[in-house]
Design a protein around this ligand. Structure first.
Ligand code: ADP
Ligand code: MG
Length: 652
C-alpha cells in the first residue's frame, strides 16, 4: 500500500478549481457574482483571446481593505457566511469561499481593491497560487481583478480550451444571463478592445433582451406575473410561433440566480402543450422569487442546480402563470412590420413595434449594403463559384442583379424588388433572380405546376388507383392484395432525406443565391457557430457571412428548403450546431442537420393535400419503397392484406 499523504493547500486548490473552473467563462461567472455580492452598480469586463490570455473585471462595489484582501484568496475565506444558520438563508451569489482561491491557483492574478472609507487601495499579486505582499496603490473605490494566462500551470486543462470564438460565446452567454437578472446594474463587455455589450443601468428586461438578442424576439414577448402561495413569478415568455429547437432559450432565475431545473422546464413545456410541436421548446425568461429558506442552493459546485423544499408547488405555479397568459392571449400570428414594409405596421397589442434604434439599425444595414455593392466592380458570372468567399459571392450578386440605379434605391430605403417603377427589373424574366446553376426540383410532391397523370403501378394496384386522405394526415390506397396506409409526413420526410443525402454524396446541396442577402440578427453564440462551421454550412448550400458584429448575411440557401422560413431555419440550425459542438464528428453533424432539414421541409400531419399532390407523393413512394421507415425509424407505410381484413371481419 502506498503511504497516505496530506495534500498541499495549493494542490487542494487546483483540485477544487477542476470543479469550479471549466473554462474562461466559469472564471467570468465567479468574478461577476463577487462583484454583484459587493453591491456594485457598474461592472465592466475586458477579455482578450476568449479569456485565454486575459480576463479583467472592474466594479464600483464595496471593495476590500488590506486585511480582507490578504484573506480573500485563501480557500474557505468568505465574508458571506458567519455561522451555520446563514447557510439556510442564502441571499448572496457566493458563499463557499472557493472561487478566488481556485482561480488564483491556476492563473496569474492581480487584485486591486479600495473601500470607500480608505483614501488609497491595495494591490495583491498571486502567481499560480503563490501569494505576494499586499502593497498600497492609488485606486478608485471598488475592485479590479485581472486574470492572465488561465491554466498556464495545468497544461492538461489548457488543452481542453476551444477556439477563441467558442470560449467567447460561452462568456457572452454567461454574462448575458447575469445581466438579464440585474437590469438595474450597468454592464459592459469588451473583447480584444471591441465592445460587445453596453447595457445601461435601469433598463427594462425587454430593452435588455432587445440588445442581447434581437428586437424581433423582444417585441413579441408576453409579460407574465403571478404571486400565490409564497411563490412570486414574473418575466417574459414568447408566443408559440417563436419556439426554438433547443432548450437553451429558457432562462430560469431563482432569487436572482440563474439555475437549471428539470421540474421547471417540464412545467414550461406543459404550459405550451398543444400550442407547439412536441419536439420544440418554448422561449421564456422566468424570474422566481421564494423564501430562501425554501430552497437549498448548496447542492452543486457552480450552484446551477438547487433543491426545492416543495418542487410540486413551484411546478404548479410556473405552469399556471404561463398557461393563464397563453390561454388569455390572442396568439394568432401577427405579421411583423418588417415583412410588410414600414408604412403598413399592424397593431401588435403586446407591445410597441420596432423601436427607433432598430429602425435606424435597419436603415444603416441597407445603406451599408448599398455602399458595399456600389464599390464592387462587376465580374464574369462564372467566377462566382459556390466556394468563393462572402465578398466575392456578394460581388457576384451585385453584378448579377443590381444595377447602380437599384443600389441607389436601396440606399434610399426602397426595395428594388418591390418598387414597381423599376423598369430594369421588370424587363428581367422572373427566374433571373436565381443563379442559372440551380437545379429545379420538379419532383417534390407539392409542386403544383408539374403534376402529370401518374400511371397506376401494376405491382401494387390493378386498374385505376384510388386514394383517400384521412384526417389530413394519412393516405389510404388500395393495393392488389389489400390496402396500404401511408403517413404523409413520414413518407415525405424519407423522400427528402434520401434526396438530400444523394445530393450531399455528390458534393454539396443544390442552393440558390438570393437576390438580396437576408440579414439576420444573431447572438454571439450563434455568430460563433456560423464562423466555426463555415465548411459544414457550405456543404449544405448555406452561405452565412458576418455582416457587422451581431448580424449574419445569408447569401444562399438550399433549393429543397425554399418553402421554409429562412430566418427560423438558420437560427434553429445555429442553435443545433452550438449545442452539439464538440460532441459529435463533423460527418455525424451533417447527418443530424440533413435529418432536421428533411423533417422541417416535409409536409406535415394536418396539411390537406389535393388529389394531384397525393398522386405525386404516392408515386415517389415506389422510389423509397426499399426503406419503409422515416429517418427517425418510424414506419412510413402500414399494409393490411385482404386475408387480414377477412380475419378481422371473421369471414374465415
Ligand atoms: P465567496 O464569493 O464564496 O465568498 P470567493 O472566493 O469568490 O468566495 O471570494 C472570497 C471573498 O473575497 C468574498 O467573500 C468577498 O469578501 C471577497 N471579494 C471577492 N471579490 C470581491 C469584489 N469584487 N468586491 C469585494 N469583495 C470581494
Ligand atoms: Mg464568489
Amino acid at each position: 500500500m502506498p503511504e497516505i499523504n496530506i495534500l498541499s493547500t495549493n494542490l487542494i486548490n487546483k483540485i477544487a478549481a477542476g470543479e469550479v473552473v471549466e473554462r474562461p467563462a466559469s472564471v467570468v461567472k465567479e468574478l461577476l457574482e463577487n462583484s454583484l455580492d459587493a453591491g456594485s452598480s457598474s461592472i465592466s469586463l475586458e477579455i482578450e483571446d476568449g479569456g485565454k490570455k486575459l480576463i479583467r473585471i472592474s466594479d464600483d462595489g464595496s471593495g476590500m481593505d488590506q486585511a480582507d484582501l490578504a484573506l480573500a484568496i485563501h480557500p474557505h475565506a468568505t465574508s458571506k457566511l458567519s455561522c451555520e444558520e446563514d447557510l439556510y438563508h442564502i441571499m448572496t451569489m457566493g458563499f463557499r469561499g472557493e472561487a478566488l482561491a481556485s482561480i488564483a491557483s491556476i492563473s496569474q492574478m492581480e487584485i486591486i481593491s479600495r473601500t470607500r472609507d480608505n483614501h488609497e487601495g491595495y494591490r495583491l499579486e498571486v502567481n499560480g497560487g503563490e501569494m505576494g505582499e499586499t502593497v498600497p496603490v492609488a485606486a478608485s473605490p471598488g475592485t479590479t481583478i485581472t486574470i492572465r494566462n488561465l491554466f498556464f500551470n495545468t497544461p492538461a486543462r489548457r488543452k481542453f480550451l476551444r477556439t477563441t470564438n467558442t470560449e467567447m460565446s460561452h462568456i457572452t452567454e454567461d454574462m448575458g444571463r447575469i445581466a438579464l437578472a440585474h437590469c438595474d446594474i450597468q454592464f459592459t463587455l469588451k473583447h480584444n478592445a471591441r465592445t460587445i455589450f453596453d447595457f445601461p443601468a435601469g433598463q427594462s428586461l425587454r430593452d435588455r433582451l432587445r440588445l442581447l438578442f434581437s428586437a424581433e424576439l423582444a417585441n413579441d414577448l408576453l409579460s407574465i406575473e403571478r404571486n400565490d402561495r409564497g411563490v412570486h413569478i414574473h418575466g417574459l415568455i414568447a408566443p408559440p410561433a417563436q419556439s426554438k429547437n433547443a432548450a437553451k432559450w429558457q432562462y430560469i432565475f431563482l432569487n436572482g440566480r440563474a439555475i437549471r431545473d428539470k421540474f421547471i422546464s417540464h412545467a414550461m413545456k406543459e404550459a405550451y402543450r398543444g400550442l407547439i410541436e412536441p419536439s420544440r421548446y418554448p422561449v421564456a425568461f422566468l424570474f422566481i422569487d421564494i423564501d430562501p429558506g425554501q430552497v437549498d442552493v448548496n447542492v452543486h459546485p457552480t450552484k446551477m442546480e438547487v433543491r426545492f423544499a416543495e418542487s410540486n408547488l413551484i411546478h404548479s405555479q410556473v405552469l399556471a402563470a404561463m398557461r393563464d397568459k397563453l390561454l388569455s392571449t390572442d396568439l394568432t400570428r401577427v405579421v411583423r412590420s418588417d415583412e410588410i414594409g414600414p408604412d403598413h405596421q399592424t397593431d401588435n397589442s403586446n407591445n410597441n413595434q420596432l423601436d427607433d434604434p432598430t429602425q435606424k439599425r435597419r436603415e444603416d444595414i441597407r445603406a451599408a449594403m448599398a455602399d458595399f455593392f456600389k464599390n464592387r466592380p462587376p465580374q464574369a458570372p462564372s467566377s462566382a463559384s459556390p466556394q468563393t468567399s462572402s465578398y466575392n459571392a456578394a460581388a457576384g450578386l451585385s453584378q448579377h442583379h443590381l444595377t447602380s440605379q437599384q443600389s441607389d434605391k436601396l440606399s434610399k430605403g426602397i426595395d428594388p424588388l418591390i418598387d414597381s417603377s423599376n423598369s430594369n427589373l421588370s424587363e428581367q424574366p422572373a427566374d433571373s433572380t436565381i443563379e442559372s446553376s440551380i437545379e429545379h426540383h420538379n419532383d417534390l410532391p407539392i409542386n403544383y405546376n408539374t403534376i402529370e397523370e401518374i400511371p397506376s403501378n401494376p405491382s401494387s394496384c390493378n386498374g385505376p388507383c384510388s386514394f383517400v386522405q384521412v384526417h389530413n394526415s394519412y393516405i389510404v390506397q388500395q393495393s392488389n392484395d389489400g390496402l396500404v396506409i401511408v403517413d404523409q409526413h413520414a413518407l415525405h420526410e424519407r423522400i427528402l432525406y434520401e434526396k438530400l443525402n444523394r445530393q450531399l454524396a455528390q458534393g454539396k446541396l443544390a442552393s440558390q443565391r438570393l437576390l438580396l442577402p437576408e440579414i439576420i440578427e444573431v447572438t454571439p453564440a450563434q455568430m460563433a457557430a456560423a464562423e466555426n462551421n463555415e465548411m459544414i454550412l457550405n456543404e449544405l448550400g448555406i452561405t452565412a457571412e458576418p455582416f457587422g458584429p451581431r448580424s449574419l448575411a445569408i447569401q444562399s440557401f438550399p433549393v429543397l428548403l425554399e418553402k421554409l422560413d429562412m430566418r427560423t431555419f438558420v437560427l434553429d440550425l445555429l442553435d443545433l450546431l452550438t449545442e452539439r459542438a464538440g460532441h459529435v464528428s463533423r460527418e455525424e453533424m451533417t447527418h443530424v442537420i440533413i435529418d432536421m432539414m428533411a423533417c422541417k421541409a416535409a409536409i406535415k400531419a394536418g396539411d390537406p393535400l389535393s388529389s394531384d399532390e397525393i398522386r405525386e407523393l404516392m408515386a415517389k413512394r415506389q422510389d423509397v419503397e426499399r426503406i419503409s421507415n422515416c429517418p427517425h425509424g418510424r414506419p412510413t407505410t402500414v399494409r393490411l392484406t385482404l386475408r387480414e381484413l377477412e380475419k378481422l371481419f371473421k369471414r374465415t
